[in-house]
Ligand binder design. Sequence first.
Ligand code: ATP
Ligand code: MG
Length: 505
Amino acid sequence: MIQIKDFKNHEGQTIETQGWLTNKRSGKGLEFIILRDGSGFAQCIVDAESVPNDVFETAKRLSQESSIKLEGKVVKDEKQIGGYELHVTNLELIGTSVDYPITNKEHGIEFLMDKRHLWLRSKRQWAILKIRNRIIFAINNFFQKEGFVQTDSPIFTGNAAEGSTTLFSSKYYDQDAYLAQTGQLYGEAMAMAMGKIYTFGPTFRAEKSKTRRHLSEFWMIEPEMAFYNNDMNMDLIEKFLKYVVTDVLDNCKNELEILERDTTVFEALKAKPFPRLTYDKAVEIIKGEKEVNGKTSIQLLNEDLENVKAKIAENKKGIEEREKEIAGGVKKGKRNFLQAKIDQLKQEINKLEEAERNIPKWLESAKNFKYGNDFGGSDETVITRMFDTPVMVYNWPHEIKAFYMKRDADNPEMAKGVDVLAPEGYGEIVGGGERETNLELLISKIEEHKLPMSEFEWYLDLRKYGSVPHAGFGLGLERTVAWICGTQHIRETIPFPRYYGRLRP
Ligand code: ATP
Ligand code: MG
């Protein structure tokens, strides 16, 4: 049995292959089947002249998502998806598929989510999951090459690490337990044993709001390094993100093309250092008090708004012209061509109009940003708009960061945290920092956050027995997949997403 991805090694040969019919059209005495087998997609041509009668009849009756076994000759054809097609000599039905619910017409997102177990078979979802797979592979490669040890942190925990508002509670026999929001604290213990470690596991946060960036169950990569300060941490994050992006660009060209992902931003990112801004400087940029490349955020957003408006007008004109042409009477082929372009322009207008509504809101909230607050989604969008690579923001007001973050000795109001914001509106993908080593300060922080001291005895031990400077970070896998794939919403980046309001399938 030959997989579609290996057709290229069998040019001119008669082979057997198997998969599912994802699409089919019929010509005179010909059936054109698009086959998918998980490794790729290929056109398979069944010619009435080249197969027995009953086989051609079977081919004619095949419906979407029937599973089939095929025999045929591999022929090179660069115009076809994958570059090779199969000239079928025999075909066998494995499993029928009656009334497959997901067709080529537009379906609403709720419908598709209800049918997620089937939706995963579509080309776009396939491409996203392939890229997710590659990202996971690249992450492991990177850390293994850098001498990190992969260790695992528990999922059942007795305490909250990231604040109690987003805790999922559970039962652990007769004790109360919580699902891990992060592996961070355990990671620190393991770094003291192994030097440089990373955990890669599921984390759970009850995020009771519907945003396009929050899941209730997501996967996080959390490296933790003994003898690292926050500068070394930022160096590592930058090297790591560049490695992952480069690896995906090199190995997922086809998938990125299927997703129509514009990869210019990734090309730019490979060559440039990521800007590193203190929180204070980032706030000035957001509020429009500081220029980047000769422009303030307010100027740039106003320009964006003008451009969006002009583009909407241009698209509307383009639609009008084509509609006029159709009304004037054209041949069917030409009409379909014009109509397809009209539909495309309309879709673009929808997106542009969303931007037209959003930009004034971003402008408002940017101007009114209050020093000391955490960045909201729109603030992140504004700041990343100013650069074409991810941006690192460090030295945050300690009050809005987790209790374990190290206070800056020169500036005690600040903690040595770092957030990495991805461009194009994707926002925070990494949160990390240097960890507090001062035992008294840690104890007072735990009290201030009203966390139960008894649950942290073991954690405080790490500061009593050979405490060393250390740092680490957490990268959200799905946010990274969303950014690299360019998906609108994080829910498409994991096979079976869990988010507020969705537990099934
Ligand atoms: P946000 O402010 O966007 O909610 P956070 O500050 O809570 O993020 P951290 O606690 O720093 O995030 O978690 C580290 C990383 O985990 C984030 O940078 C992000 O990539 C990812 N992450 C956090 N919460 C979620 C979530 N609900 N769904 C998906 N990924 C998440
Ligand atoms: Mg959060």
